[in-house]
Ligand binder design. Structure first.
Ligand code: NDP
Length: 298
């Protein structure tokens, strides 16, 4: 019997990677301002009083300002009608000084999310949620793609620069995370399996993965039994435990004994999501001014 004790997984530091990306972004914003007199600008639309949404929006605003992006928050009361939100979006679409528009989800019940997303000008859709940008991603064209999967891809590439031929398993198939993640990994020439709530034998499916990205919103869903030794594990889940602490979808302690590399929660995907929102805003500003779109991938 072998006495070899497996070495613990490398923890991928999302805060450190996000900080490095913000330095690149700040340099780019400085060039845009000094050489082209362009101030990249992000408008966030926040409807209602969901406390988590308010925290997320405040974090996005602070992060934008740190790299020199102008940000404005359009805060509307919970009872705002769909037409009023559409009117605001129309105004922001037409405003040449606004380069990026983000509607913070979820929206109150009286507002249809799909109708609102359809109303965002695709060139300003920094969350990458319009049908046009989703189609561009699926068709292999350039566009604005969802920030969380972009952040996950950068986290993966920080430890595995060559992805071609690797088997990637994505748990979750939302338009926000799972589907665009699968598309980005396909673009990298991975073999991709997408797992969802109707899939059978989660452990057997995730064990196929050299890379496993988990975005289900179910604390501790993926355990050591579902991980191939040496795999790269990206935990997107954010779940608040009864004691108020944040928990991912992956059993970190147990999986870290099997995986090759793993992201923590918090401090993994979260900071990268915000950094790529800023990257999308800078990219949108460049495209709207017919400048070459910078590449902020790793
Ligand atoms: P959704 O609820 O929209 O999607 C969850 C997905 O997980 C669905 O496709 C669902 O399947 C699947 N799923 C649920 N239960 C299981 C299961 N037991 N086995 C396999 N698949 C399952 O969530 P999001 O994609 O928006 O977000 C996922 C998580 O990521 C959440 O915790 C969210 O808070 C977090 N998040 C974190 C971000 C960050 O920056 N760190 C950003 C965005 C999200 P089905 O389609 O069949 O229902």
């Amino acid at each position: 019997m072998s006495n070899v004790v497996p070495s613990p997984a490398q923890t991928i530091d999302g805060r450190k990677l996000a900080a490095a990306l913000r330095v690149r972004l700040k340099n780019h914003v400085d060039v845009l301002l000094n050489d082209h007199k362009i101030l990249p600008s992000l408008a966030v639309v926040l409807v209602g009083d969901d406390p988590a949404s308010h925290v997320y929006v405040a974090n996005k605003k602070k992060a934008a300002e740190k790299v020199g992006i102008r940000s404005s928050v359009h805060q509307l009361p919970r009872e705002t009608s769909q037409d009023e939100v559409l009117k605001l979006l129309h105004k922001l679409n037409e405003d040449a000084r606004t380069h990026g528009i983000l509607v913070q989800l979820p929206l109150p019940k009286q507002i249809d999310t799909a109708t609102i997303l359809r109303a965002i000008e695709p060139a300003k859709d920094v969350d990458g949620l319009t049908v046009q940008n989703a189609g561009r991603l699926a068709s292999g064209l350039a566009g604005l793609f969802p920030c969380t999967p972009l952040g996950c891809l950068a986290l993966i590439k920080s430890v595995r620069p060559q992805l071609a031929g690797l088997h990637a398993v994505v748990v979750g198939r939302s338009n926000l995370v799972g589907k665009p993640m699968a598309q980005l990994l396909l673009r990298e020439n991975c073999t991709v399996t997408v797992v969802h709530s109707r899939s059978r034998d989660l452990d057997a499916l995730t064990r196929l993965g050299d890379i496993v990205v988990v975005a289900a919103g179910k604390p501790g869903l993926v355990t050591a039994a579902g991980i191939k030794p040496g795999a790269t594990v990206i935990d997107v889940g954010i779940n608040r435990a009864a004691d108020g602490t944040l928990q991912g979808d992956v059993d970190f302690a147990a999986v870290a004994r099997v995986a090759g590399a793993i992201t923590p929660v918090p401090g993994g995907v979260g900071p990268m999501t915000i950094a790529y929102l800023l990257a999308n805003t800078v990219a949108a500003a460049c495209r709207q001014h017919e400048l070459t779109q910078p590449d902020f991938s790793i």
